[in-house]
Design a protein. Structure first.
Length: 387
């Protein structure tokens, strides 16, 4: 049995476990809490969140018991490792899989692997460029990660940046398997026929002119995500060429954005469930992810390309190496550089917007699929069992 240890059901992880299970990997997932399936208040979105697609189908799972001596668990920060050791002793797994090292439950999984001499598969958001660190912090981080990685049997690389990171820290290429970050497109309507049906109807409902260029931002309206920089950049574009800005999401900067005096055509529609997203993607011409830091991948880039949209991303977005091809799928700008962002916006808005170009973007992201991610996991599982 391969036991996966996660804090909670995650919408871009759970489908991987389900497909890997269908491929014959004997997966059992231990979750610390069910808040993402039962509903919770997300402080970054400033709204209640409950994922509308099932996250618990197609694989075996259990939830850790509540700690009677602690307050009830209701979000990521309050998840604990209580009961994990008992579960590992009961299940007696052949292998463990963890998805990080920063959360106490992740670290407890690493400790269980060492303590019980159980092989470990690691599928973390490995990245060296999402944050700017001092030399001392880089050196300290490297020492800690080399120690952690020395206890890992196999690594699942979510993309080019992760593979470079593992290789830099001395991981053998034989122990690295591609398991790309992907989105479950089941709730989406990504075809050209869907675009034809949804584009003008959605624009009319939102009060957006049918002829306007529309820039889309989807995510938390936070300083880290850089949405305020996007407003500033759009205000610098000549009025006659200035695109409309469509914001999907909520968060700390919403009031600031709504009260902004910048001359930007703006529509905020708040947090949206997965099965509503396609109409907004099809109503748009470009996705922008202007994050300042800590964007280890950026799954909205996958979503945009699935709908045929080009993207503009900052150079802290981990997926830029794999999914952002200048002149084809998008442009990359230097983080926190408004002038560079303006240039990238203008360049990307000048792209050919034909059906052929949209299909090229869809084809680019096809290799970053749930099936590919699950197949990489199966390869790692098979390799460990052959040792």
């Amino acid at each position: 049995m391969l036991v996966v240890i996660e804090t909670h059901p995650i919408q871009y992880h759970a489908p991987v476990w389900a497909v890997a299970s269908s491929l014959g990997v004997p997966i059992h997932v231990i979750y610390g809490c069910d808040f993402s399936t039962s509903g919770y208040y997300d402080k970054d979105f400033s709204s209640n969140v409950k994922w509308d697609n099932s996250l618990l189908e197609g694989y075996s799972y259990e939830f850790l018991p509540a700690n009677p001596r602690a307050k009830p668990t209701h979000n990521y920060d309050t998840v604990s490792a209580f009961g994990l050791s008992d579960a590992i002793r009961r299940l007696r797994p052949q292998c463990l899989l963890t998805c990080g090292y920063t959360h106490p439950l992740d670290r407890a999984g690493l400790i269980e692997s060492v303590k019980n001499n159980i092989p470990l598969i690691y599928r973390g958001e490995a990245n060296d460029s999402s944050k700017r660190r001092t030399l001392l912090k880089r050196m300290t981080r490297d020492v800690i990660l080399r120690l952690i990685y020395s206890r890992v049997s196999a690594f699942l690389s979510i993309g080019t940046e992760a593979r470079i990171h593992y290789s830099r820290l001395g991981v053998s290429p034989r122990a690295i398997f591609d398991s790309p970050y992907a989105v479950d497109i089941t709730p989406f309507r990504t075809l050209e026929l869907d675009r034809l049906q949804l584009r003008n109807r959605t624009r009319t409902e939102l009060g957006i002119p049918l002829h306007a260029n529309v820039v889309l931002f989807t995510g938390k309206l936070s300083h880290r995500k850089g949405v305020d920089q996007l407003l500033a950049a759009l205000s610098l574009i000549e009025p006659d060429a200035r695109p409309f800005l469509l914001l999907l999401g909520d968060g700390e900067l919403r009031t600031h954005i709504e009260q902004s005096l910048l001359p930007v055509h703006l529509k905020i529609v708040g947090f949206q469930p997965q099965n509503e997203l396609s109409r907004f993607y099809h109503a748009s011409d470009l996705l922008v992810l202007p994050s300042r830091h800590s964007e280890t991948w950026g799954l909205v880039v996958n979503e945009a390309l699935e709908h045929g949209l080009p993207v503009v991303v900052s150079d802290c977005v981990g997926s830029r190496h794999d999914l952002v091809i200048p002149g084809v799928s998008g442009e990359t700008f230097r983080r926190e550089n408004i002038t560079d962002l303006v240039s990238s916006l203008q360049l990307c808005l000048s792209y050919d917007n034909s059906e052929l170009s949209r299909n090229r973007r869809r084809n680019l992201v096809k290799q970053f699929s749930i099936e590919s991610a699950a197949f990489g996991l199966k390869e790692a599982w098979t390799w460990i069992n052959s040792q």
